[in-house]
Every structure is written in C-alpha cells, then in structure tokens.
Design a protein around this ligand. Structure first.
Ligand SMILES: C[S@@+](CC[C@H](N)C(=O)[O-])C[C@H]1O[C@@H](n2cnc3c(N)ncnc32)[C@H](O)[C@@H]1O
Length: 276
C-alpha cells in the first residue's frame, strides 16, 4: 500500500475558485428550507443536524473524494437520504445520476416519496441484506452481497458510516462488489474507524474502543458490537486492494481526539485504468 496518509486533504483538482463556489453551495444547502427533510423522529441514522451533516459530507465527497457534477453515484447504505438531499444540489440533472440502496425499508420509502418525484435522476432501492441491528430478518447475507446494478456502471461509490457497522468479512465482500461496479478511474469514498494502540490511549478519543471478538476488530459496546466497530490500521485498506482497487488516500478523523475536518476516518480508493 502506498496511500497518502493525512489529517486533512484537498483533492488536487479542486481549484481555489471551485472551493469558494462549493463553500457557497454548502452554506446555501444548509439554509434552504425548501429541500426535503424527514421528521426528526424518523431519522434512524444517528444524532446531529441532518442537513448540516449531509452538506458537510458533500464537501468531503468533492474535496477529498474528487466527486464531479457529472458522476454516476452509488450511495451504499443511503439510510434516509442524508447524503442524497445535498447531492441533489450538486449533481447535474441531465448527465449525472444517483442510486441509493439500503436494507431499511422505511428510509427507502421516505426517499422514494420525497426525493425522486422532484429529482428524477435520484433513485432508491431497498436491498434485503441482513444486519443484526438494522435489518435482523434480512434474506441476503452481508458477506454474499450482490447489488442489482451492471458491471462498471458507476463513477463514484460512497459508504458513509456503513463500514463502521459491518464485520470485516462483509467489508471484504463490499470491496469486491464495489470493484465490480466501478468504471475504470472511478472512486470509492468510505468512512471507517481505523484503530491503532495510540488512538485508544488518548483520553479524548470517542468512542472508547475495546478489543472485539473478531481478530483485529475494536468495538465500543460488547452488547451491540456492530453499533460502532473499527479495525486495525491496514485491514480495510487490504480488503480494498485485495479486490483490485488502489488506495489513494487515508484521511484521519477527529474521533481519536486529533484535529481534522471530519469525525470518522476516510479512505478513498480507485479502480485502476482510468484516464491519467
Ligand atoms: C449510520 S447509518 C448511515 C446512513 C447514511 N450513510 C448516512 O450517513 O446518512 C448506517 C446505514 O447502513 C445501513 N446498512 C446496514 N447494513 C448494511 C449493509 N450490509 N449494506 C448496506 N447498508 C447497510 C443501515 O441500514 C443504515 O442506513
């Protein structure tokens, strides 16, 4: 692995002017009261300001992941549209597309009813993948996941706060599926907890990880190990590389108590063979 390891990162293709325009867009998304937003009690994807977190991640997709307005986007674990809503303001309605998949039916139904009717290039699909917390009765095992899309049909795949809830074997399965679905030169933007001994010794680190049962795993709560799970440095990167992807960068998050523009760690990997 030869990835750039950093505490902050701006994608090399983001010019000063682009960055200024993006900042303006992110602020306008946060203020725009006409954008769809679910009832707070329906939001099952975590605490915090739904709109502000979505806008924050749109900024990371562009600045760290190199997302372009014309990209064909796949959002794995799209929940209740927190990433999709800000993306409606960035992706080109004529040339770009967005597909969101999630095992939770209620989240997908909200997106289908509230996003797709206004933004026709945004589609959502429930995939009945089993997860002990999110979809205990799911029919498809997470380590045998196959998503209903053709080979090489996406330029950008996101998994935000998804690998932080999956056992390692399911991350390996997703690495292969993402590699199948990405076009050459396409990128995957994945958040994770990458844990090293210095991280867990820091008093400011949140969550407070303890060793999990699975080799190399770190969990916050033994009663619900998949509530928040991290892995030794290198494990997720190796899973991506084992699936034929190139790890381009690892940007460390501030969960460990160090400074960063994002909370979880971010890994960006690409499908080799695209234009130079
Ligand atoms: C913390 S939420 C994050 C949701 C969304 N990415 C966001 O940031 O708003 C985790 C999401 O992962 C979904 N999930 C759980 N297991 C999954 C799997 N095997 N494949 C895809 N999504 C999964 C959950 O249903 C949930 O919506």
């Amino acid at each position: 692995m030869n990835a750039h390891l950093s505490h902050d990162h701006i994608h090399p293709q983001t010019s000063r002017e682009d960055n200024f325009k993006l900042e303006w867009l992110l602020q306008s998304i946060e203020r725009n009261r006409f954008l769809p937003e679910p009832d707070p009690e329906k939001v099952f994807v975590g605490d915090g300001n739904y709109r502000a977190i979505g806008a924050e991640y749109l900024g990371h997709f562009v600045r760290i992941g190199g997302l372009k307005p014309t990209d064909r986007v796949l959002d794995i674990g799209c929940g209740i549209g927190r990433m999709a809503v800000p993306l409606t303001q960035y992706l080109d309605p004529d040339t770009a597309s967005y597909e969101g998949i999630d095992p939770v039916k209620d989240g997908i139904e909200w997106c289908v009813q509230n996003i797709t009717p206004i933004y026709r290039n945004f589609r959502f699909c429930q995939v009945d993948i089993a997860h002990e917390l999110y979809n205990p009765q799911g029919a498809m095992a997470g380590d045998e996941v196959v998503l209903p899309f053709c080979h090489a049909s996406f330029d950008f795949v996101s998994l935000v706060s998804v690998a932080t809830h999956l056992p390692h074997r399911e991350i390996v399965a997703y690495a292969h599926e993402v590699s199948r679905l990405l076009a050459r030169g396409g990128r995957v933007f994945l958040t994770a907890f990458i844990v090293s001994p210095e991280d867990i010794e820091r008093a400011e680190a949140r969550p407070n990880f303890i060793p999990g049962e699975e080799q190399g795993s770190w969990i916050a709560d033994p009663v619900a190990p998949l509530g928040a799970i991290g892995f030794d440095r290198g494990m997720i990167e190796s899973a991506l590389e084992g699936a034929g992807l190139k790890v381009d960068l690892v940007s460390l998050g501030h969960w460990r108590g160090t400074s960063s523009s994002h909370y979880q760690d971010v890994i960006v990997a690409s499908k080799p063979g695209g234009p130079a």
